[in-house]
Ligand binder design. Structure first.
Ligand SMILES: NC(=O)c1ccc[n+]([C@@H]2O[C@H](COP(=O)([O-])OP(=O)(O)OC[C@H]3O[C@@H](n4cnc5c(N)ncnc54)[C@H](O)[C@@H]3O)[C@@H](O)[C@H]2O)c1
Length: 480
């Protein structure tokens, strides 16, 4: 049944409202007795068409308190909302996108995580998960909105502060606000400043540590896309309170569903720890990518070198690839860089090495094509990592774009996880989405840009013609 903000309900339940009254209807489990509503009531927050409902009368429609409100229902926020709602918490999701809201309220979810669709459906039917464009009162608010970099590689925290402003009108004493978005150091403190100005009637922990009306913490997310449901529960969590009391409140909240270690710290340490984690990954991948470019130059097999080096008990060189993608690792190191550019050449250089790698792969493809612009080139994989449909900051997309801009006119892209090319490639002439067989048939160059499982037949077949470019080492087991 479609959700509507005001809905006339003519079933029987154990509380009788007057026409015009507002109520929150919550499923009761197990059912005690059939309940019938004997008069029509206006239902502001209809959550389920289950016949078994508990009615909680309220004087104002917005007075009904959700357990948790999650602001931003994307890759992080929606799986988190689904987990909490399936743990019988009432979850009020908020997003600025109407399609996201409509999906959640009709029990649908994008298929970017296994189990997510079913969990959203179950929670929506049980009435524990709903979504709207505007926040409503809740005990706990979790901010999970994007934090990209702008064209000058500076952190754009405008989404976080806009989300913070949006919850200001519905905040109440006793609330806990958690920022999960990856953020520059000091963001949680600034968020508290903003709220102090917007709600002078409430106190915040930056001003009155230990006894503020509202508690605030920064708790970064570490989930691996594709395994988010499991990792949201099992990963260890950093709980950075603006004061100790906020950190402990965050610990109490996360202990309701997290099985991993919970570590309480201060907000700034938590903010920097998240950036440090992703910068560490970026620097180490840059080492592998730099090594791969060196090996290519001097004609040594990089995979053989890494296999041998990793036999050393204290060495663990990561795998090189076509570059570094996703919206975390290529982005977050810039947040650190911005803080004090002069003392972090390593982090910046790693970014530059990793940004250089897709360009080098594009050059390799051009060299293999003999700079023949009409050569048939098969480009396998577009996403930023294997077996997902996420194209954000993908080096593979950049490689295809480079070749198209260089004038290559016969580019066949294979990406089994998407149904159409992203707009930036779709609008380019001569770039076609193809199936694997069509793309590799009589190709002059086949480049494996993402090691998707769906390309496994490439491990068995030998190309009838053409040159294979394999920066991700997908076929390396066949060598020799
Ligand atoms: N995706 C991951 O695997 C991952 C892992 C770790 C950390 N993070 C961090 O988590 C944060 C969220 O990432 P994501 O991948 O879920 O982003 P996303 O783009 O998938 O989702 C963000 C959602 O927030 C919504 N939104 C934007 N502004 C809003 C506002 N003012 N009010 C309400 N909704 C708003 C957007 O419409 C979108 O649906 C980012 O800071 C990201 O760096 C993500």
């Amino acid at each position: 049944m479609a959700w509507s903000p005001v809905w006339r309900f003519n079933a029987r339940i154990n509380w009788v409202g007057q026409p015009g009254d507002y109520a929150n209807l919550i499923p009761t489990t197990p059912a005690t007795a059939p309940m019938t509503l004997t008069a029509p009531i206006q239902v502001k927050d209809y959550l389920s068409n289950s016949p078994v409902l508990k009615a909680v009368p309220s004087s104002r429609p917005e007075a009904a308190l959700a357990d948790v409100s999650i602001i931003g229902l994307g890759y992080v926020g929606l799986p988190l909302a689904a987990i909490l709602a399936n743990k019988t918490m009432t979850v009020a999701g908020v997003d600025i996108r109407e399609d996201v809201i409509n999906n959640v309220n009709t029990g649908r979810a994008p298929a970017f995580e296994p189990q997510l669709e079913q969990m959203v459906k179950d929670a929506s039917e049980a009435g524990t998960l709903s979504a709207s464009l505007q926040p409503r009162p809740a005990h706990v608010f979790i901010i999970a909105v994007p934090t990209p970099i702008d064209s000058e590689k500076k952190a754009d925290v405008s989404y976080v502060f806009s989300a913070i402003r949006s919850i200001a009108p519905v905040l109440q004493a006793g609330n806990l606000i958690v920022i999960e978005s990856t953020s520059p150091v000091g963001t949680t403190d600034k968020a508290a400043e903003i709220l102090s100005e917007l709600r002078p009637d409430l106190s915040f922990p930056n001003k009155i540590p230990g006894r503020s009306d509202v508690m605030m913490a920064y708790c970064p997310e570490r989930v691996l896309p594709g395994a988010a449901i499991q990792e949201l529960i099992e990963n260890s969590r950093t709980l950075g309170g603006l004061d100790r009391r906020s950190g402990e409140a965050a610990r109490a909240f996360y202990s309701r569903f997290v099985t991993g270690t919970l570590r309480v710290t201060d907000a700034r340490a938590a903010e920097l720890s998240k950036l440090a984690e992703n910068s560490f990954r970026d620097v180490n991948i840059a080492f592998a990518n730099e090594l791969s470019m060196l090996c290519e130059r001097i004609g040594v097999d990089v995979w053989e070198v890494i296999d041998i080096a990793n036999l050393h008990p204290r060495v663990n060189i990561l795998a090189p690839g076509a570059g570094v993608g996703g919206h975390c690792i290529p982005v977050d190191p810039w947040f650190i860089h911005e803080m004090a550019p002069e003392i972090k050449p390593l982090i910046r250089t790693a970014r530059e090495v990793n940004d250089r790698k897709p360009l080098r792969v594009a050059e390799q493809i051009e060299e293999a094509a003999g700079n023949n612009k009409s050569a048939k080139i098969a480009l396998l994989g577009l996403s930023y990592k294997p077996n997902v449909d996420d194209l954000r900051e993908s080096p593979a997309v950049e490689i295809v774009r480079e070749l198209a801009h260089a004038g290559y006119s016969n580019l066949h892209v294979v990406e089994p996880h998407v149904e159409q090319l992203p707009r930036e490639l779709h609008q380019l002439d001569h770039v076609h989405l193809a199936d694997l067989d069509t793309a590799i048939r009589q190709a002059d160059v086949v480049a494996i840009l993402v090691p998707h499982d769906a390309f496994s037949q490439l491990r068995r077949i030998r190309l009838s013609s053409g040159t294979l470019i394999d920066p991700v080492g997908y076929t390396r087991d066949k060598r020799g």
